[in-house]
Design a protein around this ligand. Structure first.
Ligand SMILES: O=C(O)CCC(=O)C(=O)O
Ligand SMILES: [Fe+2]
Length: 361
C-alpha cells in the first residue's frame, strides 16, 4: 500500500507532541466528556487524533487513487496544473512553491480534488481531472468526500454549541448553495529528502481531516519556537482547526502552525503519501468573528486589538491570495512568503491564548 510500511516504524527516540485522542463514536452519541476533550483540543493546540471515524476503507482507497494518479507521466499531469493565479484545484507540480522566506523550492507534488466537482459528478463544477481520478470517482472519491464532510460537520456542530452560537450558525456558512473551496488532497514526497516538504503554515479553511502513515508532520506548540513531530497512529486520523474557524470564533479555537518535514529515521527512505480533506466556507463568506451571535466570541473580540478579526476578505479571496503568494513565479521577496502564511495567523494565536487563559482562570 502506498505510504504504508511495516518495516520502518516511527522511531522511538524522536521527540513528538502528544495529542488528545477523540473517539468519534462517543462524539456522535453526545458523550459530554468526549465533547469536553474535543473543546480542550480545539482551543489549546487546535490538533487532535480521531479514532472510530468509520472512513478507514475509503482512506485506503484514496491512498491508492493518489498513487495511481501521481505516478502518471508528468506530461499528462501538467495538463491539470493549478497554475499561478491562485487556483487550488488540480495538480500542483514539484518545485512550484516556496517553503520559507528565502524562497526555497518545495519537493512535493499534490493533487487537489474539489468537493463541488465530486458532488456534481459526472457534471463538472470547477474543472476536469486525470483519468485515474475519474475511474475512482464512484468507488472511492465520492464515498470518501461524503463521509469526510459528515465528520467535519459533526465537529462544526459541536463547536457551534460550545461557542454559544445559535444552532446552524457555523454550518450554514458551509451550505452547498454556492461553490466553496473545500477539497480532497493527496500529497507525495520523494524518498531520501533533507529539506522541508510543506513549509510552515496554518490551514486556510475551517477543519482539516488528515491521514498519515509515515511521520513528517510537525507542529510548533504555542509559546515555543520548537518543531515537534506528530506520530501517525494506525487507523487514527489527525484533525485540526484552520484559519476560517479561528477567525469565526474570535481566536477561541486555534489554528496552529505546522509543516511537513522528511519522515524521521529509517522512514525517510520511503516515499511519503498523505491524504487530507479540507472543509472551507462558501466562497462569498466574509472571514470575520461572529461576535454579534455569541457572547463568548464578543468577549474575545473585545479583548483583541480593534477590528482584528475583520479581515474584509471572502473565503475565496483568502485562499486565492495565499496560494498565489506561495507560487514561486509570483515571488518578489520575503514579503511574498509572509503574505502566503496569512500575516494574521500569529496574532490570532496570541489573542486566542489570552482568551483561553481567561476562560481557564
Ligand atoms: O502531509 C501532511 O501530513 C500535512 C499536509 C498539510 O499540512 C497540508 O496539506 O495542509
Ligand atoms: Fe496543513
Amino acid at each position: 500500500m502506498p505510504g504504508l510500511t511495516a518495516t520502518a516504524p516511527f522511531p522511538d527516540d524522536v521527540p513528538t507532541h502528544p495529542l488528545f485522542v477523540i473517539d468519534y463514536a462517543l462524539l456522535i452519541q453526545g458523550d459530554k466528556q468526549e465533547i469536553a476533550k474535543l473543546w480542550k483540543a480545539g482551543t489549546e493546540l487546535g490538533f487532535w487524533y480521531l479514532k472510530n471515524h468509520g472512513v478507514e476503507r475509503e482512506v485506503d482507497g484514496m491512498f491508492d487513487m493518489g498513487a495511481e494518479t501521481l505516478d502518471l507521466p508528468l506530461e499528462e499531469l501538467m495538463r491539470y496544473e493549478q497554475g499561478d493565479n491562485g487556483d487550488s484545484f488540480g495538480y500542483k507540480a514539484r518545485g512550484t512553491i516556496q517553503t520559507d522566506a528565502n524562497g526555497t523550492r518545495d519537493n512535493v507534488e499534490f493533487l487537489n480534488i474539489a468537493q463541488d466537482d465530486v458532488l456534481s459528478w459526472p457534471r463538472t463544477t470547477h474543472r476536469m481531472y486525470p483519468s485515474t481520478v475519474n475511474a475512482r470517482m464512484e468507488r472511492t472519491i465520492i464515498p470518501f468526500v461524503r463521509k469526510s464532510m459528515e465528520v467535519n460537520l459533526t465537529f462544526l456542530t459541536i463547536f457551534e454549541r460550545q461557542l454559544g452560537l445559535p444552532k446552524g450558525e457555523l454550518s450554514k456558512l458551509h451550505s452547498m448553495d454556492e461553490p466553496c473551496g473545500s477539497e480532497a488532497r493527496c500529497i507525495k514526497t520523494p524518498p531520501n529528502q533533507s529539506s522541508t516538504g510543506v513549509g510552515a503554515h496554518t490551514d486556510f479553511g475551517t477543519i482539516t481531516f488528515l491521514h498519515n502513515r509515515l511521520g513528517g508532520l510537525q507542529v510548533m506548540p504555542p509559546g515555543t519556537q520548537k518543531w515537534l513531530y506528530i506520530k501517525p497512529l494506525s487507523g487514527y486520523a489527525i484533525c485540526n482547526v484552520g484559519d476560517a474557524l479561528a477567525i469565526f470564533s474570535g481566536g477561541i479555537l486555534r489554528s496552529n502552525l505546522h509543516r511537513v518535514m522528511p519522515p524521521p529515521g529509517a522512514q525517510s527512505r520511503f516515499e511519503r503519501y498523505s491524504i487530507a480533506f479540507f472543509t472551507r466556507p462558501r466562497d462569498s463568506v466574509v472571514l470575520r468573528a461572529l461576535g454579534e451571535k455569541s457572547e463568548l466570541i464578543a468577549k474575545a473580540i473585545a479583548m483583541a486589538p480593534a477590528a482584528q478579526y475583520e479581515t474584509g476578505t471572502s473565503s475565496a479571496d483568502w485562499i486565492s491570495r495565499r496560494i498565489r503568494k506561495l507560487r514561486l513565479k509570483n515571488r518578489q521577496g520575503p514579503e511574498t512568503w509572509y503574505a502566503s502564511m496569512g500575516t494574521e495567523h500569529e496574532g490570532i494565536g496570541r489573542r486566542g491564548g489570552v482568551m483561553r487563559a481567561q476562560a481557564a482562570a
